[in-house]
Design a protein around this ligand. Structure first.
Ligand SMILES: Nc1ncnc2c1ncn2[C@@H]1O[C@H](COP(=O)(O)OP(=O)(O)OP(=O)(O)O)[C@@H](O)[C@H]1O
Ligand SMILES: [Mg+2]
Length: 268
């Protein structure tokens, strides 16, 4: 899959990666954070270790842990230590790619602090581990309002360069949709699906609109034989969050299907 649009951001990310900077890419759901970072790391031929942040991620999972059977036999020796992704990336001089960093508990996030600027960490019973050249942290996050997240501390933010990705323009988003669904001959229906999806982002009754993934889902369902309306009603209502005063999600989508240009817009 090729990267569509985002040329300025790609250039900025490439340069930051080349310099070995710690980099945080922020933006709403589905704007291509994971896709962009993963592709640009590969293009730059950077070896990376990927971690997906979740609320139950632990400190040991990130750094590593001692394997009890070996500890019983030999004590806390080096070979009893099972490296986690942070220690592996530091020791081998690779990029630690943390997807959805702000879903990790704060205590886990804080382990990164010395690694990111002093390029070392101290682990109990193992001592100091220093980072080889080439080590850096590249992370993605959704803005606070999107998921149950733990806002990054000031200290952590201070160690990152930040790139913000917003929704693509309609033309680029349509190209992504065609690349994902393969819109030969059906591009009118795909364009209509995208219009409905984009309308949900501006609709006054919607707190969180649908992402390009939602449009991709509509496209795939139509590809499988569903008609436009049924595909939209199956894929979209569960993917939007209404404001408290909003009506029913299904009803709202139904109105947008009838006319995606006719709705009350959010006030900025
Ligand atoms: N610039 C792009 N070029 C081509 N495809 C893209 C681009 N941006 C996004 N996509 C496609 O859009 C979909 C969503 O992208 P991705 O998973 O990277 O979003 P995300 O920002 O990481 O979302 P989330 O916050 O939910 O993790 C993927 O199918 C990806 O292939
Ligand atoms: Mg992602």
């Amino acid at each position: 899959m090729k990267i569509i649009g985002r040329s300025k951001e790609s250039d900025q990310i490439k340069k930051a990666l080349k310099l070995g900077r710690n980099l945080l890419v922020e933006g709403p759901v589905g704007v291509g954070k994971t896709f962009l970072i993963q592709n640009l790391l590969k293009d730059a031929k950077k070896k990376f270790v990927r971690v997906d942040g979740d609320t139950r991620y632990t400190e040991q999972k990130l750094t590593g842990w001692f394997d009890p059977p070996i500890v019983l036999k030999k004590g806390y020796v080096k070979e009893a230590f099972v490296e986690g992704p942070l220690v592996q990336a530091m020791r081998e001089g690779q990029v630690l790619f943390i997807n959805e960093l702000n879903r990790m508990p704060e205590a886990v996030q804080n382990i990164l602090l010395p690694a990111m600027d002093e390029r070392m960490i101290v682990l109990p019973k193992l001592g100091e581990i220093s980072a080889k050249a080439g080590f850096s942290v590249v992370a993605t996050q959704n803005p606070k309002e999107f998921t149950a997240t733990h806002a990054l501390s000031e200290a952590l933010l201070d160690r990152f360069e930040m790139i913000h990705l917003d929704y693509q323009d309609e033309k680029d988003e349509f190209e992504i949709l065609k690349q994902e669904v393969g819109g030969n001959g059906k591009s009118d229906a795909l364009a209509k699906a995208l219009q409905v999806v984009r309308a949900t982002r501006e609709h006054a009754g919607v707190k969180r609109g649908a992402s390009v993934r939602a449009a991709i889902a509509v496209g795939r369902l139509m590809d499988g034989g569903l008609n436009f309306e049924d595909a939209c009603l199956m894929a979209l209502p569960s993917r939007i969050e209404l404001t408290s005063s909003g009506t029913d999600a299904r009803e709202l989508i139904q109105k947008l299907i009838q006319d995606p240009n006719q709705f009350e817009k959010k006030k900025n």
